[in-house]
Write a protein that binds this ligand. Structure first.
Ligand SMILES: Nc1nc2c(ncn2[C@@H]2O[C@H](COP(=O)(O)OP(=O)(O)O)[C@@H](O)[C@H]2O)c(=O)[nH]1
Ligand SMILES: [Mg+2]
Length: 398
């Protein structure tokens, strides 16, 4: 680990006073933690002074109904009051009040060892912009319930890494550190426990330098504020709504392909599993195809929303819109609809030729309907995408 060197004056100082620059703000969110908060604050302050790190401890109190706030202040913390509930709300208030160049985060429940602060600081000194603790190999007995240890944490961290490729081992670790000057880029907004995921995802989208190292996780003093299913769902919901590719595009594309395949099997009466497939299969295949196109369309609109309205970097969508224009979508949609009408016309011609008698072209009729519907979906979605992007053309685009 690097030694802690005196730092050059930072540009992000909040005031012009001649006070020495604070290097570290330890920010601790606190909701009814009177059993633990005092020790958290005193340990953090002691570690800072032992290592000669100019710093402060900010306790973001979430309207605790016990003596937490008073105990924290008496122990030497600067206490910030945030009436709005939620782990994220507490941190956002604490961050706004922090003055240090670095922010070290940790729960007020004695699960994390604040004596690790200098290691986090050392990683930041070495150039990391976000430093994550990784608890997974050093969880003390009774520190993490079985459900979180073997289901919640690995599953949610796994999904997060598939969706956003962050490479972080323990996305919910509450002890972490970051440079305060990256906060505007992170633009964090969530109010609940999903704040932990938001920070990692935003950091990876902004391509921050993320480092991690193993830390210990101790059993909690006092009562946990986490509700497994409510907070687990809040995390999952956050991951899904921030990943149109995995929420819409992938499932939609799979449905579309599967639907097309099933329709083809029914239409061409291909023998699969020793029997031929007929009208019912055709209906199922076509429905799947229509729903697939619809979901892909929603995904494209979600990508457009992220790019145009949320200013998100979305290289995939940028490539798409560099290649495809409104007119491409209109032609594709128009042609698909046209082919649908041609199939429908063919059925009518056959009917006329048969003297308006009994007709058994149901599969073709379903195909015609599916083509007309998907064609119209493509046609009008193209217009909607164009409307969403009206004010944000690529350079050179008209
Ligand atoms: N869940 C929750 N935690 C809060 C809130 N405000 C502050 N906290 C603090 O956030 C930290 C994390 O909560 P905790 O119960 O330890 O959850 P866990 O570490 O995920 O099991 C603790 O220090 C809480 O005191 C809040 O409104 N909700
Ligand atoms: Mg905790």
């Amino acid at each position: 680990m690097s030694t802690l060197q005196p730092s050059p004056p930072s540009l992000d100082r909040l005031d012009d006073s001649d006070e020495p620059e604070l290097i570290v703000s330890v920010v601790i969110p606190c909701l009814n933690e009177e059993a633990n908060i005092e020790r958290c604050v005193t340990t953090a302050l002691a570690v800072l002074s032992e290592h000669g790190i100019p710093g402060e401890v900010v306790v973001a109190d979430n309207a605790s109904e016990d003596r937490s706030a008073a105990l924290a202040a008496a122990a030497g913390a600067r206490v910030i009051h945030e009436p709005r509930r939620g782990y994220g709300s507490a941190y956002l208030a604490g961050f706004a009040a922090a003055r240090g160049r670095y922010i070290v985060m940790g729960d007020a429940d004695l699960t994390y060892d604040f004596r690790e602060i200098p290691r986090f600081v050392a990683h930041l000194d070495e150039g990391a912009e976000l430093v994550m603790g990784d608890r997974m190999d050093q969880i003390h007995p009774g520190a993490m319930p079985w459900l979180h240890r073997y289901v919640g944490n690995p599953v949610l961290t796994g999904i997060l890494n598939v969706f956003f490729r962050t490479g972080v081992s323990d996305a919910h670790c509450g002890m972490r550190a970051l440079r305060r000057d990256v906060l505007p880029r992170l633009d964090l907004r969530t109010t609940g426990m999903e704040f932990a995921s938001e920070m990692v995802i935003r950091a990876s989208k902004e391509k921050l330098k993320i480092s991690e190292f193993p830390i210990e996780y101790h059993p909690r003093g006092g009562e946990s504020k986490l509700s497994s299913f409510r907070d687990g769902w809040r995390h999952l919901r956050f991951l899904l709504v921030h990943s149109p590719t995995y929420l819409f595009m992938l499932p939609g594309a799979i449905m579309l392909l599967l639907g097309a395949l099933i329709s083809a099997v029914a239409l061409l009466q291909i023998n699969v599993f020793g029997r031929e497939w007929d009208l019912h299969t055709m209906v199922a295949g076509s429905l799947l195809m229509i729903v697939g196109v619809q979901i892909v369309a929603l995904g494209l609109c979600a990508h457009a929303y992220g790019t145009y309205f949320m200013n998100e970097k979305d290289p995939w969508f940028d490539r798409m819109r560099a290649r495809f224009r409104l007119e491409h979508g209109l032609i594709l949609g128009g042609l698909t609809t046209f082919v649908g009408f041609v199939v429908a016309a063919a059925i009518v011609i056959v009917w006329i030729q048969r003297g308006f008698g009994q007709l058994s072209e149901e599969r073709l009729a379903v195909l015609a309907a599916a083509l007309v519907i998907t064609g119209l979906q493509i046609f009008f979605t193209s217009f909607l995408l164009s409307i969403l992007g009206l004010r944000r053309r690529l350079p050179g685009e008209h």
